[in-house]
Design a protein around this ligand. Structure first.
Ligand code: SAH
Length: 291
């Protein structure tokens, strides 16, 4: 089958299996392949805070010493019912049953990461505007992309497209080694402040063009790109470790985009396959807020 996502001779592209059209990530609709599922993981280790405080978000660091993962993400109680409802929707509507992913989604206070104007709608299963023409992805898409990264504690992960910082916070529930890069300076700065305030201080936020990969050049066990590229950026492929995984939407602004799962095997050979049709905001090459 011919596939437009072949990026080099070294890349074998497997056929796509798309199905149901559903509201997705990003800016609009996607066709979903829910036929495949990864094995569930053991439940995550995040602990819920016991009491809810008013006013400021409840961020509690557990009292006990750091566990063997060396990092305990903060916990929040405010709007827990809303988060639980969102997680049930992800599980029931899409059949996503990975317990560790669902636990992370039930933990991160999405309402604290989106602009105040849309905070009320934070737990709807839809994308939301975050300013500068950008959007925070639909929760299901965040969950699915996270699941595909198959993260283990201590994995080094790079996100291209920090946006609100929500996806980065979700990643921090798997590993403390999270780097994220955002091309729109005010978004990068706001996300950095927000993540620090909430206790996700292990996440390193940089301003810059993520086309070139991480600021320190990698290599990474996993890379997640949350904006659509015309092709898989070669620097990202280079920064993927042998045995590493990347999820990335590929396609033009006005054409069908496919969410690709890219894998580099231990011998360095890269394969990719299409997971579903999606619509994401485009990968930019210049900060639109630059003077
Ligand atoms: N992951 C985000 C969603 C971001 S939307 C979240 O959880 O909120 C995609 C983001 O990618 C936008 O913020 C956009 O500004 C950013 N972006 C676009 N091109 C980029 C590039 N070349 N490098 C880094 N970020 C980029």
């Amino acid at each position: 089958m011919h596939c437009p996502h072949r990026t080099s001779a070294a890349i074998r592209v497997f056929a796509a299996a798309a199905a149901v059209v559903t509201a997705c990530a990003c800016a609009a609709s996607c066709a979903e392949d829910a036929s495949e599922s990864a094995p569930d993981r053991p439940a995550g280790q995040a602990k819920r805070a016991k009491s809810e405080q008013s006013g400021q978000p409840v961020a509690e660091k557990p009292d006990e010493p750091e566990g063997e993962r060396g990092w305990s993400p903060p916990t929040f109680t405010e709007r827990q019912d809303d988060r639980d409802r969102m997680v049930r929707a992800i599980r029931d509507r899409y059949g996503l049953t990975d317990e560790q992913v669902l636990k992370a989604m039930a933990s991160v206070p999405r309402h604290e990461l989106v602009p105040d104007a849309v905070a009320r709608r934070a737990y709807e299963d839809s994308p939301l505007p975050i300013g500068y023409g950008q959007t925070i992805s639909q929760p299901y898409m965040v969950a699915e992309m996270t699941r595909r990264l198959d993260l283990g504690a201590g994995d080094r992960v790079l996100e291209v497209g920090t946006g609100s910082g929500y996806q980065a916070a979700v990643l921090a529930h798997f590993t403390r080694e999270v780097r994220t890069i955002e091309i729109v300076r005010p978004l990068a700065e706001a996300a950095r402040k927000r993540l620090d305030r909430l206790g996700y201080d292990c996440v390193e936020v940089r301003h810059g063009d993520g086309y070139h990969g991480g600021p320190d050049g990698g290599p990474f066990d996993a890379i997640i790109v949350t904006c659509a590229a015309g092709q898989i950026p070669p620097p990202l492929l280079k920064q993927l470790k042998p045995g590493g995984r990347m999820v990335i939407p590929v396609g033009g602004r006005f054409s069908v985009q496919r969410l690709m799962l890219v894998a580099k095997d231990e011998a360095g050979e890269v394969t990719s396959r299409s997971l579903m049709a999606v619509r994401f905001v485009p990968l930019l090459r210049q900060d639109p807020t630059r003077d």
